[in-house]
Design a protein around this ligand. Structure first.
Ligand code: SF4
Ligand code: SF4
Length: 373
């Protein structure tokens, strides 16, 4: 039985968060079980964008601080690293409060920018993973619990996508983004290459709705931890009221025989607390994507009619053109009148929604999907 711990945590006050993280990790055997003296430990929070902690876009700095302290106490040498989706890493680190934590706690802050080639053993043969990740003795994964336009939720397994340096992420979206199950399979294989020793999820304030960049912060009140990222994701899905195997990464892990349909999970901590009864009305991103085994003309029709698509809110768009520059399919044009999206070309990777600093891109259903629902 793989253990997953959950500890109530109703605020981001430093002492409260530290106590919750200590308890959650303590129930798993303590940080000494995961970190040996002298080991270089890379702590991987979600540092998607330069957003203040209360926006719930990034892992809260107090969660990062607590983990840095536990690693140091165990004799490990902590560093904090990620590759953000947009803007300078320095700015992301400053605005999210993570730079201040690194400085105060004496941890190195590392942008995961240098790719190193790795040969995968599964379906995906060629990976480029951050050198800093590959050369760390251990990785501790700190996901922020959020919805995700393409992958339904971004939890522990998806958080490791940030270990692929920035530019390379876009290429993965191009290769696999049009096919959600292929993308999920890639994430599962990436997890197998990184093998985080521990995942500690920041579900104190999560994000629902239009995640991962522009959703609604939701108080969910827990720190959850586990050695096995898939088990953490499974428990989080149950907590949020989402059927676990609707999460493409769990489905892909199950299909690959890496995660059972009926997992034996040893639930530790506050699972019997009334608060764990589940989050009500956790709102998921609209719709989903089709995968294609049909002729091109029908496929094009159905793509227009049924799939979700990015939609630019002209009122919010500042025409900064970041989305057009990053769009892997070159499907966006910046015109005087606004951003124009060529939906024929668009691969529905939702990089643009993730990247837009102004929350100007949301997800719209295709006309038939809208009609049917
Ligand atoms: S949609 Fe967002 S990223 Fe794209 S141009 Fe407008 S503000 Fe910039
Ligand atoms: S328009 Fe947006 S969703 Fe479509 S391919 Fe470009 S970045 Fe991806």
């Amino acid at each position: 039985m793989t253990p997953v711990s959950a500890i109530k945590c109703r605020s981001y006050e430093r002492d409260i968060v530290e106590s919750a993280v200590r308890k959650a990790v303590g129930l798993l055997g303590g940080m000494e079980r995961f970190v040996r003296p002298g080991e270089r430990v890379l702590i991987k929070p979600n540092m998607l964008a330069a957003k203040a902690p209360e926006k719930a876009v990034t892992t809260h700095p107090e969660v990062v601080r607590a983990v840095v302290r536990l690693v140091s106490e165990s004799g490990g040498i902590p560093s904090i690293g990620d590759s953000g989706a947009i803007g300078s890493f320095k700015k992301i680190a400053e605005v999210t409060g993570i730079a201040a934590v690194a400085q105060a706690e004496g941890a190195a802050l590392i942008e995961l920018s240098e790719p190193e080639e790795v040969t995968g053993a599964g379906t995906f043969r060629h990976f480029e993973i951050s050198r800093e990740v590959l050369h760390a003795d251990a990785v501790i994964n700190l996901p922020k619990v959020k919805t995700h336009g393409q992958m339904l939720l971004t939890l522990a397994v998806k958080n490791l996508f940030g270990c692929i340096p920035g530019r390379r992420k876009v290429q993965w979206h191009l290769n696999a983004g049009v096919d959600k199950s292929a993308f999920a399979a890639m994430l599962v294989e990436l997890h197998g290459l990184i093998k985080p020793r521990l995942s500690i999820a920041d579900a104190v304030v999560s994000m629902d709705g239009n995640g991962p960049g522009s959703g609604r912060p939701r108080e969910t009140g827990f720190i959850m931890a586990g050695e096995y990222a898939f088990a953490v994701d499974y428990v989080l899905c149950r907590f949020l009221g989402v059927e676990p195997f609707k999460l493409p990464t769990l489905k892909a892990a199950c299909d690959k025989g890496l995660f059972p349909e009926n997992p034996a999970i040893n639930l530790l901590g506050d699972f019997s607390a009334p608060e764990f009864a589940g989050v009500r009305d956790f709102s998921l991103p609209p719709g989903t994507h089709l995968e294609w085994t049909i002729p091109e003309t029908a496929r094009r029709f159905l793509k227009d009619a049924l799939t979700t698509r990015p939609r630019v809110d002209k009122g919010k768009c500042k025409l900064c053109l970041l989305c057009a520059q990053m769009c892997p399919a070159k499907a966006m044009d910046g015109l005087d009148t606004g951003i124009k999206i060529n939906y024929r070309q668009c691969i529905r990777c939702f990089c643009c929604q993730e990247i837009c600093p102004y929350g100007a891109i949301d997800i719209a259903d295709g006309w038939l999907l809208k009609y049917l629902s």
